[in-house]
Design a protein around this ligand. Structure first.
Ligand code: CMP
Length: 137
């Protein structure tokens, strides 16, 4: 079933010059880009995006990181897009969970600075897409 997912190439991915590589992986997988924007966000968008993590020990540094510089926000579309992107991203912990061949497995060492975000469910995707791309129908 075709669905959409919200992807962020976080500030570490932009700073390290990995945007082209990550987008190439997305396209090679067969997912379609339906929105793509470079933007720097403030605490309002960051807090809305990471609302489920409020109160966790890493929450303040997560907000500081995600607002620290430009990131790339994108909407992808395709069959099982949520799971498909999470597969190519690799697990949240880039050493213990992400395997080689995935974005995090190939390029990341830190659970916080883990390069990309992908919605964790179709419901989260709908909420996150409305937050990042309010004009997208
Ligand atoms: P993301 O997929 O964007 O969703 C929540 C983010 O919180 C996650 O990627 C990591 O960047 C971060 N995160 C999750 N767990 C931890 C942790 N234990 N320590 C630091 N950051 C974390």
């Amino acid at each position: 079933m075709t669905e959409r997912t919200l992807v962020l190439i976080k500030p570490d991915g932009v700073e390290r010059g990995l945007v082209g590589d990550i987008i190439e992986r997305i396209e090679r997988k067969g997912l379609t880009l339906v929105a793509l924007e470079l933007k720097t966000v403030g605490d309002d968008v960051a807090a809305g995006h990471y609302a489920e993590h409020e109160g966790k020990p890493f929450y303040p540094s997560l907000l500081e990181f995600i607002t620290s510089g430009p990131l790339v926000a994108a909407v992808l579309e395709g069959p099982r897009a949520v799971a498909a992107f999470r597969q190519i991203a690799g697990g949240t912990d880039p050493v213990e969970k992400a395997v080689p061949g995935t974005i995090r497995g190939d390029y990341a060492l830190s659970t916080q600075f883990n390069l990309v975000h992908g919605s964790d469910s179709p419901d989260s995707a709908e909420r996150e897409i409305a937050l990042w791309f309010p004009d997208l129908g």
